[in-house]
Design a protein around this ligand. Structure first.
Ligand code: GTR
Length: 673
């Protein structure tokens, strides 16, 4: 209470002086109609925090924020200081005006920006990798403060922008300063920011703690940055802006109506309270109490539900013939799944092209022909699939093949050194550094067994299409297809699962041209999240001759309405990027889905489909997967193909192992070969 009062009083003095004459009545917090002028002297971290959302949060709350950001990528205090001394015009000065319009002015000096407005607030910050090292602030900070003080209105208040810690595994040499540990980095930033505020009379803007508060929740975990250190355009930047808003204006950000696109409904209040609690307690994390709801595994506690009937049109009429199913009902359902769940993908790009990157006719000890093929989508070749294609050398002609995405990179599917290792540089194109050792995932890919059975195998790394975290779609294929200056997909456009499925279709585009593969006999397969992608690929692309869903669970083969294990709400919050914006409407609201997952399976009919679960994989709801397969079989039966949908359970956990592959190979022998 007392502390809060003192803080408010300090804010009041500082802000009051900065306001224009007509607004001189100082208040504990800004009042509607007030204007506040804020200048950040920063780098990409201030860009993340203030250049968007901050003005808008004010507008939604009746307060006018004029915002300046003096930006130089990676700029340290030392460099700011030298720029001031030398009057160096090195900055890009981003200015957000009272009406929300934004201008970027290149080649600007500090003196120019300082004179541009009668600033009420000026913030300082250190380059992120040094932000937990107090000694690196000196002697530059106090000198810089003197320089600024001489150029702003007497009452202008000075702030310290507390930056945030990196994510584990990030590509950033400066992370070594903290032994590549997020918690070490966070603690160091806390110590240094607390001390600098105390010793130099600065008020903290606790973005670092706000981000850490959010990370501790079910909706923020691993979902705040776009590359491991810069905030994503959705919840990350929004949280930082909320923090600035409350720290600068004293106005409670909780309940502010401004929000950003493609953010999950639960992330908005979480971001706001992460910011609000950080302003109250800036130098230590607060547990926001936003935990994953407890999962239900008890059949008797499943809420009553009715499954939609695939063989009934949306208008209530019955589907009477297989032709009606194929020509009208199937497209109707497909469209619903597309707009409400997975999101629309762009189709086959005009500029799609392939390059053979590697060929070895004597791989795997003479057993295989190995190819690595680059699949490029546009003229921009920075984003591509590196498809590994292995076919049996002994084959007399084109072979049937399995195609699936892998979790860790092609080199991780086998210990065989003939497969190109994804090096550090190569990883950099995914926006974040996650190194997986060679052979790390070999258990899941019995390559020689597949070849011995006469099948080919084609696979690529999931990050080739879209790195698997909520980066607000700045790293993956999405950015190649934005139209009209858009920076993120619309609510009915593709999320990551749909993008992966789209990538599988592009891989098939190539396989159709590969002389060693029979393009009419390609089975698409996937485990878990990649099983969701395989199912969606099978549903959207009838060229796939067979589909395998291995432990795909929620958003895959499991019935959503059962809400057993992982639910729609949980998956949307843990992985906001997987499904399209519209799907978030169904959080805790599965009964309103115009379909359920048995109908996704039915979209694959009459093509052969294997659905598999594991006994201990309760999170993926094996009983719900079986139910979906059984219900889908009604459509298969209707089409005269009842034996083509198969369900199996393996003893054990969430995984795909040789036992499962053996089963899929047998199934393919029956229906695809
Ligand atoms: C889990 C997720 C599941 C499943 C799994 C995986 O964290 O909750 O939906 O997809 O990841 O991909 O292994």
């Amino acid at each position: 209470m007392g502390k809060r009062f003192i803080w408010a009083a300090v804010a009041l003095l500082g802000l009051g002086w900065g306001l224009r004459a007509a607004e001189t009545v100082p208040a504990a917090e800004l009042q509607p109609g007030d204007t506040l002028r804020v200048l950040a002297i920063g780098n990409s971290f201030s860009m993340d925090a203030v250049e968007q959302n901050l003005h808008e949060l004010g507008a939604a709350d009746g307060v006018v924020l004029i915002v300046g950001d003096m930006y130089i990528g990676g700029c340290s205090l030392e460099r700011h200081y030298n720029n001031a001394r030398g009057d160096i015009a090195d900055y890009e000065y981003c200015k957000v005006f009272a009406d929300g319009s934004k201008v970027r002015r290149p080649k600007t000096t500090l003196a120019y920006a300082l004179a541009d407005e009668p600033w009420d607030c000026v913030s300082f910050q250190q380059v992120s990798q040094e932000s937990g090292r107090y000694d690196s602030f000196l002697p530059y900070l106090p000198e810089l403060m003197k320089y600024v003080r001489a150029r702003v209105p007497a009452g202008a208040k000075f702030y310290w922008h507390q930056t945030w810690a990196y994510e584990g595994g990030v590509v950033h040499d400066g992370f070594a300063n903290y032994d590549r540990s997020q918690s070490k980095m966070y603690n160091a930033i806390m110590e240094a920011s607390e001390r600098v505020c105390r010793e130099y009379g600065l008020t903290v803007i606790p973005s670092g703690t706000a981000i850490q508060n959010l990370r501790g929740t079910a909706v923020g975990n691993d979902n705040v940055t776009r590359d491991g250190f810069h905030l994503n355009n959705t919840v990350g930047r929004y949280t930082a802006a909320c923090t600035w808003y409350e720290a600068l204006t004293g106005r409670n950000v909780l309940g502010n109506r401004y929000t950003v696109a493609y953010i999950s409904p639960e992330q908005v209040p979480a971001a706001q309270s992460a910011a609000h609690e950080a302003v109250r307690k800036p130098f230590a994390r607060t547990d926001l109490g936003i935990a994953r709801p407890e999962a239900n595994y008890d059949e008797s506690r499943i809420p009553p539900y009715t499954l939609p009937d695939p063989l009934t049109f949306a208008d209530g009429k019955k589907v009477l013939t297989p032709e009606q199913w194929m020509a009208r009902r199937r497209p109707e359902l497909l469209k619903l799944f597309e707009t409400e769940m997975y999101g629309k993908a762009p189709g086959r790009p005009e500029k799609l092209h392939f390059k053979l990157l590697k060929r070895n006719d004597n791989a795997f000890g003479g057993k295989a022909v190995l190819k690595e093929v680059g699949i490029y989508f546009t003229d921009n070749e920075s984003q591509y699939i590196r498809l590994l294609v292995l076919t049996p050398k002994a084959a007399k002609g084109p072979v049937p093949a399995f195609l699936g995405i892998n979790f860790m990179g092609n080199h991780a599917i086998s210990t065989n050194e003939e497969i190109t290792m994804i090096g550090r540089d190569e990883y950099a194109r995914f926006g974040r550094y996650e190194e997986y050792p060679r052979g790390e995932n070999a258990r899941r890919w019995p390559v020689e067994m597949i070849l011995d059975r006469g099948y080919g195998l084609a696979t690529f790394f999931r990050s080739d299409i879209d790195p698997d975290w909520d980066d607000s779609f700045v790293n993956g294929v999405h950015r190649l297809f934005y139209k009209n200056g858009k920076l993120h997909p619309e609510d009915d456009e593709w999320g990551t699962v749909a993008a992966w499925a789209w990538g599988l279709s592009r891989a098939l585009d190539y396989l159709e041209t590969d002389a060693d593969v029979d393009g009419t006999k390609v089975a698409v397969l996937g485990h878990s999240r990649l099983g969701k992608a395989a199912l969606w690929a099978g549903a959207t692309d009838p060229r796939f001759a067979m589909v395998v869903s291995n432990c795909s669970g929620c958003g895959g083969a499991a019935i959503s309405r059962r809400a057993v294990g992982e639910t729609v709400r949980v998956i949307n919050n843990s992985f906001p990027h997987w499904f399209c914006g519209n799907f978030k409407k169904y959080n805790d609201n599965e009964g309103f889905l115009p379909f359920d997952q048995h109908e996704l399976l039915a979209l694959i009919a009459p093509r052969p489909l294997c659905v598999a679960s594991a006994t201990q994989d309760a999170w993926a709801d094996p009983a719900g997967e079986k139910l979906a397969a059984d219900e889908a079989r009604k459509v298969y039966d209707f089409l005269g193909a009842g034996d083509r949908v198969q369900y199996h359970t393996r003893e054990g956990g969430h995984d795909i192992v040789a036992y499962d592959w053996n089963y899929y190979l047998d199934f393919a022998d029956r229906f695809v070969r």
